[in-house]
Design a protein around this ligand. Structure first.
Ligand code: NDP
Length: 285
């Protein structure tokens, strides 16, 4: 059996076309959605992510602006900038690109963003809202995965979902969203003994570890849905996920590739959250 490969690029394209229409409606009513991105330091990967976000914004009709700070900036200076953006009526979403320099307190930075502009969903209020099932903004990567599952009509309720990884940006919110939709959820970490015992029992397996190709065919149940969040650059320059795609594809029911799976959906959900923030201001939702 060969799995149905979930084409994240195609789904992202479809969703972005819908978002473009929503942005046009807002603009016709005098409200252009706006996103501000703050980046501190010179991390090359972070700079590429920011560039991609700016490009995606312009494609769907969102105004975007980037606030660049040098690595040795004081945290207070960044917080002042956030304060100004909180009060700026042309900005509906604010995101701080991670990672932040060592001398920053990331939680303090995130909680200085106005809750209604926290389009990454990392503010402690928004984390609490997600935990209690009152989501304001869903974190982008898990949100994108939920949309992919939905578009492919993959059932969640009553299914056993196994999340490998417990980061604040992927693992934990993903587990909560699956739980909210009625899945029985198991969360595995680097401390889990006999990981395969859990993964082999997953109807839906989501992997976000940053360990290249760590999930092999033997670790997957036949017919399972396998979602690969990992992005790993091998020494030869090749980009691979946390799942051994070539072998697991022969056993899974559905599988996401890397690249072209979860990645394109993450930025799309940032656009979605920004438009949603603007729609709330206008009273559309
Ligand atoms: P983190 O490093 O923050 O978390 C990794 C998690 O994986 C940890 O909880 C860790 O466990 C767990 N882990 C590590 N090794 C193992 C193992 N051998 N067995 C079981 N669990 C393990 O990473 P992120 O969640 O931020 O990112 C994960 C991957 O996803 C990365 O490759 C990243 O680049 C990618 N990513 C992709 C995105 C996309 O849009 N496609 C978006 C965000 C991330 P413990 O807590 O015990 O240390």
């Amino acid at each position: 059996m060969s799995a149905n490969v979930i084409d994240g690029k195609a789904i992202a394209k479809e969703v972005r076309a819908e978002l473009k229409v929503r942005a046009e409606i807002l603009e016709k009513n005098g409200l252009k959605p706006g996103l501000a991105v703050i980046i501190v330091g010179d991390d090359p990967a972070a700079k590429i992510y920011v560039r991609n976000k700016v490009k995606a914004c312009s494609e769907v009709g969102i105004h975007s602006e980037v606030h660049n700070f040098p690595e040795d900036t004081l945290q207070d200076d960044v917080q002042c900038c956030i304060q100004e953006l909180n009060e700026n009526p042309f900005i509906h979403g604010i995101l701080v690109q991670l990672p932040l320099p060592q001398h920053f307190d990331a939680n303090r930075i995130m909680t200085s963003i106005a809750v209604e502009k926290d389009v990454d969903g990392f503010h402690l209020y928004n984390v609490g809202a997600l935990v209690t099932g009152n989501t304001v903004f869903s974190p982008c990567t898990p949100h994108g995965i939920m949309i992919m599952l939905n578009k492919k009509h993959i059932p969640i309720e009553g299914q056993h979902a196994v999340m490998v990884g417990r980061s604040n940006i992927v693992g934990k919110p993903m587990a909560l969203m699956l739980l909210e939709k009625g899945a029985t959820v198991t969360i595995c970490t680097s401390k889990t003994r006999d990981l395969a015992m859990y993964t082999k029992n997953a109807d839906i397996l989501v992997v976000a570890t940053g360990r290249p190709r760590m999930i092999s065919k033997e670790m997957v149940k036949s017919g399972a849905t396998v979602i690969d969040v990992g992005i790993n650059r091998l020494p030869d320059g090749k980009l691979v996920g946390d799942v051994d795609f070539a072998s697991v594809k022969e056993k899974a029911g559905f599988i996401t590739p890397v690249p072209g799976g979860v990645g394109p959906m993450t930025i799309t959900m940032l656009l979605c959250n920004t438009i949603e923030a603007a729609e709330r201001v206008y009273g559309v939702i």
